[in-house]
Design a protein around this ligand. Structure first.
Ligand code: S3P
Length: 199
């Protein structure tokens, strides 16, 4: 990076921090979009903490996500997810990466839109499939035709993910590039004024 590029990035970072204020930067999007990887990197760039809602759910329940689905079903998982995210949204600033279904839940989405700043990491089916097909940790994809299931989820969910404050295209590129694009997209929301801190 040249010196002028580094200075420009510093300015973007400063603006992005100002836009965020005391809020959580909430990553939403389908499984495999890179919410945790990119989220972690953005947290590093902004020098704020990172938290992953699925990890937090697993920590408090002492069960894995597949175990929770198996034992209690998706409805109960969503209720627990909503409670965990509600609590996480109270402390900021930080980056919060959420499970792919979180933003689809009306209660969770309303909380995220009211209290957080949301980023949709949007990716094409093939990019997502390439990533998720490597691991068998997603209960929703344990179907006869998981790629078709993923494609159906994409059709159902993209119109809803679109409600996020910012959209960033995720793709097969170095993660630093996508993280930097996220910071720039946030900086572009800056009006030069402090955001009102949460009550
Ligand atoms: C889900 C996505 C998963 C996890 C659960 C349900 C979904 O998280 O929360 O398996 O409904 O899309 P990732 O998006 O981090 O894989």
């Amino acid at each position: 990076m040249t010196q002028p590029q580094a200075i420009a990035l510093e300015q973007h970072i400063e603006k992005a921090r100002r836009v965020l204020g005391q809020r959580n930067l909430v990553f939403v999007g389908l499984m495999g979009a890179g919410k945790s990887v990119i989220g972690r990197l953005v947290a590093q760039i902004l020098e704020i903490p990172f938290v992953d809602s699925d990890h937090e759910i697993e920590r408090v329940s002492r069960m894995t996500v597949p175990e929770l689905f198996e034992a209690y079903g998706e409805r109960e998982f969503r209720a627990l997810e909503a409670r965990v995210i509600k609590r996480l949204l109270r402390t900021g600033p930080r980056v919060l990466s959420t499970g792919g279904g979180a933003f689809m839940n009306d209660t969770t989405r309303a909380m995220v839109l009211a209290d957080g700043l949301s980023v949709w990491l949007k990716a094409d089916l093939d990019v997502l499939w390439e990533r998720v097909s490597k691991r068998d940790t997603r209960p929703l994809l344990r179907t006869a035709n998981p790629k078709q299931t993923l494609s159906d989820l994409l059709d159902q969910r993209y119109p809803v993910y679109e409600k996020a404050d910012v959209t960033v295209q995720s793709r097969d590129d170095v993660k630093e590039t996508i993280a930097t694009e996220t910071v720039i997209a946030l900086a572009q929301l800056d009006s030069g004024q402090e955001t009102v801190p949460k009550p």
